[in-house]
Design a protein around this ligand. Sequence first.
Ligand code: SAH
Length: 353
Amino acid sequence: MIDTYSMNRQELETLLASWGQPKFRAAQVYAWQKEGTPVSEMSNLPKALREKLQTEVTDTLPKVEEKYVSAIDGTVKYLFRLYDGECVESVLMKYKHGNTLCISSEVGCPMGCRFCASTLGGKIRNLLPSELLGQIIAANRDSGERVSNIVMMGIGEPLDNYDNVIRFLKLVNDEEGLNIGYRHISLSTCGIVPRILELAKEEFPITLSISLHASNDEKRSAVMPVNNKWNIDALLSACVTYYKTTGRRISFEYTLISGKNDSEADAKELGTLLKNAFRGTGAPIHVNLIRVNEVKETGMKQGTAEEANRFAETLGRYGIVATVRRRLGSDVNAACGQLRRQHRQQENEGEKD
Ligand code: SAH
């Protein structure tokens, strides 16, 4: 399949040159694509070239299938339909400092975290570079505004789709493309250690987020199967290497699950763990606390805001900056994976009828 949105400028030039087109045509197509313009509307291209693009190229730009706007805070939840009929979610959050888009990295997820809706049906496939980029282009086009920050915290594990994610990062950063600075991009991982080390070598100044969720191996393995392969020690030492190589601070995600990992003792153990791991590195440590979103199938319960605040205060005593995540879009099911899941269930029920 020919997928021009996954190509960099050089590759697009090579493709169009093979069709006998001059170099400047590639620049024209590239400029249209970053706006998500349909080929039929690429008005400065000759008709024959538009026809060739329409017949030869697969249209991999995600299409808005469903869209929900939060009445509370304006957060927009998109369900995007992909070229092969699969769906993924993105969430557009509006802050004073700009628009942030939370994008998906895979259709489904293979990692099996027990609290997470995205992994319930396993992984279907990787998202293409074009589909990673296309979520941003489609959100820009639909909202009429510009996404300025990206978080890779949607459906899927970005480091399980490593090559496509790396290509995407280069594409989205291209100054002739969307030109979003690496410092405006966060990538969240459940902890695929060899890939964290590989990513460190790329030296992109992106922010790495680690989904930690527990303060010892026993508890972490109980909710995150990935911990059986790379335990907390291995993970934190990869984080230290990442920090030393890139100079970029790492933030930790910690989902508070009532009665499982949210006690005072858990907070103290977490404080000690992180403080010891980064001792002597000078790295600032930041923990984002998220009260678990209750997903019916997982049976995990949410604690109170007061409990979360107390947990943050305890971490503070270890010199750790901890913030309790504000919940945006709570009325639009903005927690990832739930919308795609609902949609699939409805489709399946429809098929049975
Ligand atoms: N696979 C990546 C990114 C996707 S998940 C990762 O694991 O980091 C984005 C974040 O949401 C992760 O920290 C994940 O653990 C968390 N998360 C998943 N399900 C959740 C739920 N039900 N409630 C709260 N946070 C959840």
